[in-house]
Design a protein around this ligand. Structure first.
Ligand code: HEC
Ligand code: HEC
Ligand code: HEC
Ligand code: HEC
Ligand code: HEC
Ligand code: HEC
Ligand code: HEC
Length: 268
């Protein structure tokens, strides 16, 4: 019997590896086949309907989400598994048999981001870049910014506006508050300048130094070697050799990149 059991869990692992190897992702509107869910020793997949009795509202909302369309085909021990809750929480039979409960044979990805990383491997890599949100360090989780059961996973829990900036406002008031002189770039979303999972650039910026700003503010060559940015001469113009002083924001010029209450040129 003992022998049998360990062969079985080996089979589960083997199927898991196989499923990962034949990873297929088709277009967003159809059902998907993806990587295997987390493994809970001895547990089997029971399907989403088994969760309804005790987690009714989550099941109801969840049916509207992108993740509810994920599918892993039934095969061997996976018979009956159709994606759904168990793709993140792992097979639920032991949890159900135990009558549910915290820490009872079920994965909670808030504490175990590995459950998300199994499918979002690229995010794992990003969180290991030099500048990253402290998630691997256990100071926050995917759910600090993503509501896993909500109709829009990119909205923080309980928020009604699907604006990316609202996610960040929970923790970064200084950058998200309204300003007298707004920087239009911020209205487009914090992610126009920040790669929020992680980046090779300080402050998780998408680009380094002036490159970030020059993406939108083109340098225009004027007469006799002048360089204009935003219709202001920035180089080759007697006293206003601004570009020689250093970076757009790091040299003490446009330091108020998120908006200013004092100066329309984004200065403090
Ligand atoms: C995309 C992955 C994912 C899927 C799919 C998913 N969940 Fe979750 N679930 C999470 C995460 C992440 C948390 C932690 C949320 C938190 O604490 O903020 C969680 C937490 C929970 C909790 C604990 C809530 C609490 O109050 O702590 C329950 C219960 C739950 N999920 C049930 C379900 C059910 C039922 C389904 C299917 C209808 C489901 N989940 C589908 C990711 C998922
Ligand atoms: C017999 C009732 C029952 C069933 C069926 C049930 N659960 Fe639970 N579950 C609970 C209770 C009670 C808790 C404790 C937390 C709470 O009260 O919300 C819980 C907690 C959880 C948690 C959080 C665990 C933690 O450690 O934080 C998750 C995730 C979860 N359930 C997922 C599921 C999934 C997925 C299914 C379907 C496969 C399911 N549950 C079926 C009763 C149940
Ligand atoms: C079983 C595999 C699987 C698991 C586990 C999983 N995801 Fe996903 N997730 C996907 C797939 C597939 C997509 C769709 C990607 C696409 O459309 O290109 C997706 C999409 C997303 C999106 C983007 C939605 C959008 O609007 O484009 C977010 C955010 C996300 N997942 C977060 C999470 C988080 C957080 C967890 C863990 C709580 C998680 N995922 C667990 C497979 C998974
Ligand atoms: C600090 C907030 C934050 C945290 C923490 C976070 N995300 Fe995100 N995530 C975002 C934002 C903002 C976007 C939208 C990015 C964009 O539009 O460029 C996003 C987009 C995504 C997407 C879809 C777009 C893409 O880049 O592929 C996936 C998948 C995703 N996140 C997964 C995760 C997973 C998995 C975790 C936890 C391991 C996580 N995120 C943690 C803020 C966060
Ligand atoms: C749950 C809280 C939380 C949320 C939500 C959050 N952050 Fe953060 N953020 C942090 C923490 C904690 C740090 C690390 C601070 C430190 O190391 O001193 C951080 C650091 C940063 C940094 C780097 C600061 C530095 O000094 O290097 C940037 C940029 C940033 N966050 C942008 C964002 C953006 C953009 C969003 C929205 C997509 C966001 N954050 C959402 C908590 C959060
Ligand atoms: C136009 C590009 C741009 C946009 C849009 C932007 N940021 Fe920044 N952010 C920067 C730059 C550049 C820095 C580095 C400033 C410095 O080092 O002086 C920075 C730094 C930060 C820091 C670190 C602050 C510190 O004191 O070290 C946080 C936190 C932050 N941004 C959050 C946000 C949030 C939240 C949003 C969206 C509301 C946002 N940013 C939108 C360019 C941008
Ligand atoms: C995503 C595009 C984008 C990025 C990146 C961007 N900006 Fe802007 N910025 C704008 C737009 C749009 C305006 C408003 C229209 C205008 O004045 O050109 C603006 C306005 C400004 C202004 C006010 C112009 C005035 O009237 O004096 C300054 C200063 C400025 N940006 C500096 C910066 C700096 C410094 C950076 C790099 C940290 C930066 N911008 C990055 C789009 C961007």
């Amino acid at each position: 019997m003992k022998q049998l059991k360990s062969t079985k869990s080996l089979t589960i692992t083997a199927i898991g590896v196989l499923a990962a190897a034949v990873l297929v992702i088709s277009c967003a509107t159809v059902k998907r086949v993806i990587a295997p869910p987390p493994i809970i020793p001895g547990a089997k997949f029971v399907g989403m309907d088994q969760c309804t009795a005790c987690h009714e509202s989550i099941v109801k909302n969840f049916k509207l989400t992108q993740h509810s369309r994920l599918e892993i085909p039934g095969e061997g021990d996976r018979v009956g598994f159709a994606g759904g809750c168990e793709s993140c929480h792992g097979p639920g039979s032991l949890h159900v048999d135990a009558g549910g409960g915290r820490g009872k044979f079920i994965v909670n990805p808030k504490k175990e981001p590995e459950s998300c990383f199994q499918c979002h491997l690229d995010k794992k890599a990003e969180f290991h870049l030099q500048y990253h949100h402290p998630l691997i360090e256990g100071k926050m989780s995917c759910t600090s910014c993503h509501d896993p059961h909500g109709a829009n996973i990119n909205t923080p829990k309980g928020a009604f506006v699907a604006r990316v900036n609202a996610q960040c406002a929970q923790c970064h008031r200084e950058q998200t508050k309204p300003h007298v002189f707004e920087h239009e770039a911020v209205r487009e979303g914090c992610v126009t300048c920040h790669q929020v999972h992680g980046s090779i650039n300080p402050k998780m910026l998408t680009e380094r130094d002036n490159n970030l700003c020059l993406k939108c503010h083109a340098q225009v060559a004027g007469l006799s070697g002048q360089v204009f940015i935003g219709q202001m001469p920035h180089a080759g113009f007697g006293p206003s050799q601004f570009l020689q002083r250093g970076g757009c924001y790091s040299a003490g010029c446009h330091t108020a990149v998120h908006g200013s209450d004092l100066n329309s040129h984004l200065r403090y």
